[in-house]
Design a protein around this ligand. Structure first.
Ligand SMILES: *Cc1c(COP(=O)(O)O)cnc(C)c1O
Length: 411
């Protein structure tokens, strides 16, 4: 007997109209094909000089804040890791996937951030959507900054705990919500450096509230790890918090695909708590472990993060240069540079269409700065997200300042 299949579910016919809606709202996203530029000898030039859809571009959109993603020492460590372990991890960490390289990396990461134990994940998104439901569930309460990253929000939803969303950085609102809550377990969660705004959470004040209301603080330091704090040890270290005292109150999470220049993430904190996460995080248990070659690259990266202070001081100098340059160049324009002191320097434009037009005008000048639009940011706050890297030169920053100043006076 032959079985006939009708052409498609009827609701598939809706997609062209739904797609056209995205186009009308200037919300249709498009990927670009990216390749690093090479010098005459075929060596990689720098992480911010790219070929984008075949055209040479200077990029201001990379999260590679320290310029490590193409560092020869990391490439070499990844190759050595592949020769020693092969390229695949072969299984989940609780079966065959937890290599000696991954174990060594976990020890190095814990020591680096000054917390008792770390757990290494293949991705940051998977970390947060997994650890939040492992920590809290129905009957518990989550207190979440309104500008938190999507994966914290999704983790909260998956947990089925009650979610209290407080206005961005509004700690009086958080305090009120904590005071009202009768939940047995309270989890406060926040980006440490906000990914679309570049501002830093007030960690001492958050910890203070967590202590008063018996809550655990989950810090997502995706954009602070490697960049902020002494030797790049992150936002927690910058706040002067390390060791046992911090670990009883904080669960620290950071990603390894940004400043660390590779891929993956880790969570660090109290020994028992991390052991619990190892047992109960579904996105950890039921997923293939990160390959050892990435762990060996990350161990090399950690050395450079710790010892090459010039990367952070150069980055700080570039941030200051950009801010001074734009303060002068954008006078009289309605564009506004956010109050950020980190490598993320958002330029608020307003409408989706204008942000896109500025992005395109910069592209024509060989400068790649992405426009960030809703729903990633609130309606009416479309922006250019300028990301600086230690791989930029002062001349690179000057080129961007000049182009933006010229465009601002043209509109
Ligand atoms: C990038 C990012 C993540 C996700 O990490 P990946 O390793 O890219 O999956 C999580 N949280 C924040 C704040 C981020 O910026």
């Amino acid at each position: 007997m032959t079985h006939t299949v009708s052409l498609s579910p009827s609701w598939l016919d809706d997609f062209p109209a739904r797609m056209a809606e995205l186009d009308r709202a200037h919300l249709r996203r498009k990927r670009r094909e990216v390749e690093p530029q090479r010098d005459a000898d075929g060596a990689l030039v720098s992480g911010v000089r790219l070929c984008v859809d075949g055209r040479p571009m200077l990029a201001f959109c990379s999260n590679d804040y320290l310029g490590l993603a193409q560092h020869p020492a990391l490439v070499q460590a990844a190759c050595a890791g592949a020769r020693a372990y092969g390229v695949g991890s072969t299984g989940s960490p609780l079966v065959s996937g937890h290599s000696t390289a991954n174990a060594a990396l976990e020890q190095a990461l814990a020591a680096f951030v000054g917390l008792p134990r770390a757990l290494y994940f293949y991705a940051g998104f998977a970390t947060n959507i997994g650890i939040v439901p492992a920590l809290v569930g129905p009957g518990d309460a989550i207190f979440s900054d309104a500008l938190n990253h999507a994966c914290l929000i999704d983790g909260a939803r998956l947990s089925k705990a009650q979610i209290h969303r407080y206005d961005h950085a509004h700690l009086a609102g958080l305090e009120e919500a904590l005071a009202r809550s009768t939940a047995a377990r309270k989890l406060v969660m926040t980006d440490a450096v906000f990914s679309m705004d570049g501002d830093v959470a007030d960690i001492p004040a958050l910890l203070d509230l967590c202590e008063r209301f018996d809550a655990l603080l989950l810090l997502d330091d995706a954009h602070g790890f490697g960049v902020l704090g002494p030797q790049g040890r992150g936002t927690l270290a910058q706040a002067g918090l390390r060791g046992a005292q911090a670990s009883r109150r904080v669960l620290y999470m950071a990603t390894l695909g940004k400043a660390a220049g590779v891929a993956g993430a880790f969570v660090a904190g109290d020994d028992t708590l991390v052991e619990w996460l190892l047992q109960k995080t579904r996105s950890y248990t039921f997923a293939t472990a990160a390959p050892a070659m990435l762990a060996t690259a990350l161990s090399a990266s950690l050395q450079l993060i710790e010892h090459e202070e010039w990367r952070r001081s150069h980055l700080q100098a570039l941030i200051a240069r950009l801010r001074t340059g734009l303060a002068a160049g954008l006078q009289g324009s309605h564009w506004r540079l956010s109050e950020s002191q980190t490598a993320i320097q958002p330029l608020l434009i307003g409408s989706n269409a204008e942000a896109l037009a500025v992005m395109q005008a910069l592209q024509e000048r060989g400068l790649w700065v992405p426009a960030i639009r809703p729903p990633t940011v609130p309606e009416g706050t479309a922006r250019l997200r300028i990301a600086l890297s230690a791989a930029h030169t002062e001349a690179d920053v000057d080129a961007l300042v000049q182009a933006l100043s010229a465009l601002a006076t043209a509109v």
